[in-house]
Design a protein. Structure first.
Length: 280
């Protein structure tokens, strides 16, 4: 529940910045360094679980909100992007933070973007919270109007359900494949983008000679789909012992991480190798 609530704000914020990169202006080095130092210290307090230390980086009018908010214990954070405004007196910061998430009934460490808002108060950069009627979305900051009878354009009534809905718009048809280790073989995994904006698909290197995992189309527009090709090339020169592959014994399985941005989703792809039974 806590992770999904965080994911809602994170995904909205990441998409907003991804689609509005022209707003970024290079700040004077002294201002930029001062902000980065305090942002790093704020998130390091979350990594260390020392939330009282994090409080010193929060604006006075936001301390009650910070005190009442859920405080995730991150495994690590680093600044991904800073967007300055109001002549470098305010900034929106996207940090990439590692945290445990549930995936198919298992707990894995995933990197999720976390958005925070900062302003200069009395010469110091301090974190502050948006008004409750404001929410960062893929289309900018939405504000709820005085007419409450119509559909809400601000904070969703059920942020957990909203987070699930957003993340579920990127679908992967499977995350496990099998390849024949005695010959060149391939399998496909299909990724579909159901989001209103574009996404990027990337995959880590396998580290296994002859094994590659490659998206056919790394950039997907709204409604587009691509295949991620998992291929074992038996003729790859990097394989130093081809005879070993056809002799009894199966190669150990491999796990390769597929990344989706800007949602910061990660899908571990399980790859197993098989060896046909010899003909009797």
């Amino acid at each position: 529940m806590r992770i999904l609530s965080l994911a809602l704000l994170s995904v909205f914020g990441a998409l907003a910045f991804a689609q509005d990169s022209d707003l970024f202006d290079k700040a004077p080095p002294a201002i930029d360094e001062a902000l980065r130092t305090r942002v790093d210290a704020f998130y390091q307090a979350h990594v260390d679980g020392k939330f009282r230390q994090a409080d010193q980086y929060v604006a006075e009018d936001s301390k009650d909100t910070f005190f009442a908010a859920e405080k995730p214990r991150y495994k690590g954070c680093h600044i991904s992007k800073i967007t300055y405004s109001e002549n470098f007196a305010k900034a929106d910061v996207v940090a990439a933070c590692k945290n445990e998430v549930s995936f198919h009934g298992e707990r894995i460490v995933a990197t999720m973007p976390a958005i925070s808002h900062w302003r200069i108060d009395n010469g110091q950069w301090l974190l502050y919270y948006l008004a409750k009627t404001e929410m960062q979305t893929p289309f900018g900051t939405m504000r709820q109007g005085p007419d409450r009878s119509g559909p809400a354009t601000g904070v969703p009534k059920d942020p957990v359900a909203a987070a699930r809905s957003i993340l579920a718009q990127v679908t992967v048809d499977r995350t496990a494949v099998s390849l024949d280790q005695t010959r060149t073989s391939r399998q496909e995994i299909h990724v579909k983008n159901g989001m209103p904006g574009s996404i990027e698909v990337s995959v880590d290197k396998t580290g296994v000679p002859g094994l590659t995992v490659t998206p056919v189309k790394p950039q997907l527009g709204p409604g587009e789909e691509t295949a991620v090709v998992v291929e074992f090339n038996f003729e790859d020169p990097a394989i130093l012992c081809q005879d070993c592959l056809v002799h009894p014994g199966v190669r150990p399985p491999a796990t390769v991480m597929m990344h989706i941005s800007p949602t910061a989703q990660q899908f571990p792809i399980q790859i197993t190798f098989t060896q046909p039974q010899p003909a009797k």
